[in-house]
Design a protein around this ligand. Structure first.
Ligand SMILES: Cc1cc2nc3c(=O)[nH]c(=O)nc-3n(C[C@H](O)[C@H](O)[C@H](O)COP(=O)(O)OP(=O)(O)OC[C@H]3O[C@@H](n4cnc5c(N)ncnc54)[C@H](O)[C@@H]3O)c2cc1C
Length: 503
């Protein structure tokens, strides 16, 4: 699809739809919404800038914008918090950016049926503050809790830190309204009414429109699960003398069968080295500690007490050293801050330089974690050897399956990048490394992404391989629902759906 520059007449139409104060064509508004907090080719910033930004206030306005985009064949890109790490909200083909931040109201609180209906621009922190006086939470709890928004959580099908106990975004969103790529407004759920949790009527469309990275429409309202505020929370951190000891203990905790288990996290020795070296908030353990395992329990007081006893028994039996209440409670409490803090890393000779954080987030089977870890660190080392602008910040593995947190793990390698050093050569090497990291995940029976999505340069090349025939279905769905390829074009290789020989 060619690059489009919007005409004054088209901008006027946007103003008529959204109101003058909600349409921006100035450079600052557009450039700021081009980038995301993951590695961004700052040396090619211009290539990703939208032609106009609109901040609509209703589904009807969004519908009109989308109809206009179809008439004029202009790309439309939805954006919520802009914290996505797979470039979903980056306008690859320019066009109109639909920023949903002004649609941030709670529309209905139903304490009887335990649902809350919201607009897509609300964030989970604000939502939980509103729910607190009523004794409820909305337990979608990513590390980006204060800055990602409900629309983006649906757009990415997000992962929650306490998903083992309460489920992830797809389990917690009951139904939602969205504007289809042709402008019609529909509601999708698991079938039945907007508050029904389980139905067998028709297709289970909620899942089709979850995690599509804005390629199949724009969410304008969502009905979410309300969960009683947990009476008790328990976290415990254990130290181990080797990664393999810690990995075995992780398996023991995750397979304990405790219904209160919200998550288990495994930190490897590269991660501990990085935290010791560069995270002032981290309380360092002695060098003999090579890996750490953390776990968290949530629920009713009596249930949490009983499962905590079980976990303490398992921790002891696994040879772990309990790190004490201060680290256990303090580090778990800082789970939303840990990722936002790294602003610097080290060059090969130890010089401190400004770096931004990036993480790969594959889904890896428990049995494969040790092998994948070795290969990923080797890829990161190769990158660092060639370009003194990358730093290996170590790996985490988090339990991944909702309500059955034992099979696969959201496995991330965190890489620090000195972004101002980007040039075409280092960018190409980075893209190659991402592709290699994704390939290792697939070779070990995993998935390229457990939570962010997989449409960035490099990794996206392997999506057809990961999905097989499913990718053909994706293309057919895309072409059927978005005949003019206006909805977030260029993502997930879906332009291929419009090639002449596409199914
Ligand atoms: C510090 C940090 C920590 C993070 N931790 C986690 C974590 O623990 N778990 C996790 O899952 N992710 C995490 N992420 C990634 C990110 O926060 C999530 O992917 C989040 O779901 C994105 O939400 P957002 O509102 O920022 O969406 P955006 O980045 O604005 O958009 C994400 C995608 O959704 C689409 N989209 C946006 N709004 C809509 C809409 N209304 N309708 C349809 N599509 C839409 C966009 O086009 C884009 O493709 C983290 C990111 C950061 C920076």
């Amino acid at each position: 699809m060619p690059t489009v520059t919007l005409s004054d007449a088209l901008l006027d139409e946007l103003v008529q739809i959204c109101g003058e104060e909600h349409v921006f064509a100035g450079a600052a508004a557009r450039f700021n919404r081009a980038r995301v907090p993951s590695p961004f080719p700052v040396h090619r910033w211009d290539e990703f800038v939208p032609d106009a930004v609109v901040l609509p206030t209703s589904a009807e306005q969004i519908s009109e914008v989308v109809k206009l985009a179809n008439r004029e064949r202009v790309p439309v890109v939805p954006r919520a918090g802009g914290t996505g790490l797979t470039d979903g909200a980056v306008p690859l083909r320019h066009g109109i950016m639909v920023d949903v931040k002004l649609m941030n109201r709670i529309l209905e609180l139903d304490l009887e049926d335990r649902t809350v209906t919201v607009q897509p621009g609300i964030n989970m922190l604000k939502l939980s503050e509103e729910l607190k006086p009523h004794g409820f939470i909305y337990p979608d709890n990513p590390a980006s809790y204060p800055c990602s928004l409900v629309g983006g959580r649906i757009g990415t099908s997000g992962w929650s830190l306490i998903g083992g106990r309460y489920g992830h975004t797809r389990d917690l969103v009951i139904s939602f309204e969205l504007v289809l790529p042709t402008g019609e407004i529909v509601r999708v759920g698991d079938g039945g009414g907007p508050k029904v949790r389980k139905s067998s009527s028709g297709y289970q469309l909620k899942h089709l429109f979850m995690g599509h990275q804005g390629t199949l429409g724009i969410v304008t309202e969502a009905t979410l699960e309300l969960v009683k505020r947990p009476e008790a929370e328990f976290s415990a951190f254990y130290a181990y003398p080797s990664y393999l000891d810690a990995w075995r203990a992780t398996g023991d905790f995750a397979r304990s069968g405790a219904a209160t288990l919200a998550g288990v996290v495994l930190f490897d020795e590269w991660k501990l080295a990085y935290l010791r070296r560069d995270d002032e908030a981290y309380i360092p353990q002695p060098e003999s500690v090579k890996a750490v395992v953390a776990l968290a329990l949530y629920g009713n007081d009596d249930e949490v007490r009983a499962s905590a006893k079980r976990m303490l028994r398992l921790g002891k039996a696994s040879g772990g050293t309990y790190l004490g209440d201060e680290i256990s409670q303090g580090d778990w409490a800082s789970r939303h801050d840990r990722y936002a803090t790294p602003l610097h890393g080290r060059t090969r000779d130890g010089q401190v330089v400004p770096m931004s954080w990036h993480c790969e987030d594959a889904s890896i089977l428990y049995s494969q974690l040790p092998a994948v870890r070795e290969k990923w660190h080797a890829i990161a080392a190769g990158l660092r050897e060639r370009f003194d602008m990358f730093d290996d910040w170590g790996m985490f593995a988090y339990t991944n399956g909702a309500f059955k947190p034992w099979g696969d793990y959201l496995t991330e390698i965190d890489i620090g990048i000195w972004e101002m050093q980007w040039d075409d050569e280092s960018w190409a090497a980075w893209v190659d490394a991402k592709r290699e990291i994704a390939r290792v995940a697939l070779e070990h029976g995993g998935s390229i992404s457990a939570c962010h999505g997989s449409c960035r340069e490099g990794e996206v090349d392997l999506v057809p391989e990961e999905l097989g025939g499913g990718f053909e279905v994706m293309k057919a769905v895309k072409r059927a629902l978005d005949p003019n390829n206006v909805m977030n074009p260029g993502k997930y290789l879906l332009d291929r759906a419009y090639e002449e020989d596409a199914p």
